[in-house]
Design a protein around this ligand. Structure first.
Ligand SMILES: NC(=O)c1ccc[n+]([C@@H]2O[C@H](COP(=O)([O-])OP(=O)(O)OC[C@H]3O[C@@H](n4cnc5c(N)ncnc54)[C@H](OP(=O)(O)O)[C@@H]3O)[C@@H](O)[C@H]2O)c1
Length: 344
């Protein structure tokens, strides 16, 4: 009789935990695991991108994502939608210390005075009080008010000093870099008093840069993978000759084996190689679909097969338009004799 009662007890508690106490519906996941460390959470491995998110749609996309298990938003002043992104953040009502918000210093704001004004504007527009991460968007300074004219008098090390002061003042918990060559990362590492927490750059199955990713692990800088869906961003349509990754037979096959969509499989690969992925979408179904990537794992053999299919093709390179050779020591650097481009 006692055994009978014990079995019923276990079944009852199990059923309660499964059907009553579980606070998440099938489409709403618990926030992704984040480690605590002194001063707040570490960067969550999955975030929502906002570049080219329509001003009319981004607030809803951000609110929906944050209420569906996302806790990380990637923003930038130059995306010209941080105020709308901030409305979404506010509507989602996540406790501030459970949310990760990144913004970026634009090229025209590299001088110390402009940098302070810029970070304060991003914080105000995003309505967050402070940023979790502030990135130097590009290793390129423009003369304020003169378009894309290069400011030869402001070096990346000068700007890093301004970034360090932003961190010291508490306006950003962490500071980092974006779109740097290896040489430029090294320059910052050699001179930093507060060193970069993360480097955000383009990497995906068609531009894997595995050595560069591994090197960041060695030097203790986290990698945030932008454009993690490779050439899915429509801005990249005319920039290269590759077929869309979402129609790539290799990825259709891999996704089929995992009972996943291609987008989920591609993002899962990014997570498995220890990069932080920040896919952008303004559609509820994609936002939910993409975060499903966290459940997918590849075998060692599958990872090796994906590595063989690296196309070493960069999608986002404004260097020609700015007259600057970017990514000089990386795969697919800027070719300075090309057409003008206007990516961010
Ligand atoms: N630091 C930098 O210089 C830099 C540069 C580029 C990007 N970024 C950051 O990285 C984020 C992501 O990169 P990205 O926006 O270039 O490209 P992405 O996230 O790789 O791709 C975005 C595109 O994919 C579509 N999409 C998303 N999920 C999909 C799915 N499951 N199935 C089919 N299509 C899907 C989106 O459509 P819809 O939006 O129409 O839903 C959008 O057109 C940016 O938003 C930005 O925050 C940073």
């Amino acid at each position: 009789m006692t055994l009978f009662k014990a079995i019923w007890g276990v079944l009852f508690v199990g059923a309660y935990l499964c059907f009553v106490a579980t606070p998440w519906t099938l489409s709403v996941r618990p926030p992704l695991t984040t480690e605590r460390h002194e001063g707040g959470i570490e960067i969550p491995s999955f975030g929502l991108g906002t570049w080219l998110s329509d001003r009319e749609k981004v607030a809803h996309a951000v609110e929906f994502a944050l209420n569906s298990g996302y806790n990380h938003v990637d923003a930038a002043l130059i995306y010209r939608n941080e105020d709308e992104t901030g409305k979404g953040i506010e509507a989602a009502k996540l406790p501030r210390d459970k949310l990760w918000v990144t913004s970026k210093l634009w090229n025209a704001d590299h001088r110390a005075k402009e940098a302070t004004i810029a970070v304060q504007k991003s914080i105000k527009d995003l309505g967050v009080g402070y940023l979790d991460l502030y990135l130097m968007h590009w290793p390129v300074a423009f003369i304020p008010g003169e378009g894309t004219k290069i400011d030869e008098s402001t070096s990346i090390v000068d700007t890093w000093r301004a970034m360090e002061n932003i961190a010291r003042s508490g306006l950003a918990r962490k500071i980092g870099i974006s779109n740097f060559s290896k040489r430029d990362v090294q320059k910052i590492m050699d001179s930093c008093q507060i060193c970069p927490y993360a480097h955000e750059f383009e990497t995906h199955p068609y531009l894997q840069q595995q050595e560069f990713v591994d090197w960041h692990k060695e030097i203790g800088v986290k990698v945030i993978a932008y454009s993690p869906l490779a050439n899915t961003n429509p801005t990249y349509k005319d920039k290269q000759r590759l077929d869309p990754i979402l129609e790539d037979p290799l990825w259709i096959d891999l996704a089929g084996k995992k009972n996943a969509t291609v987008a989920q499989a591609v993002l899962a690969w990014g997570l498995q190689r220890d990069t932080i992925v920040i896919p952008k979408s303004v559609h509820e179904e994609y936002i939910l679909e993409n975060i499903g990537a966290v459940d997918i794992k590849f075998t060692k053999e599958e990872m090796e097969e994906i590595a063989v299919h690296d196309k070493k093709t960069r999608m986002n390179d404004p260097g020609r338009g700015w007259g600057i050779k970017l990514f000089a020591d990386l795969d697919d650097p800027t070719q300075l004799d090309g057409d003008e481009e206007d990516e961010l």
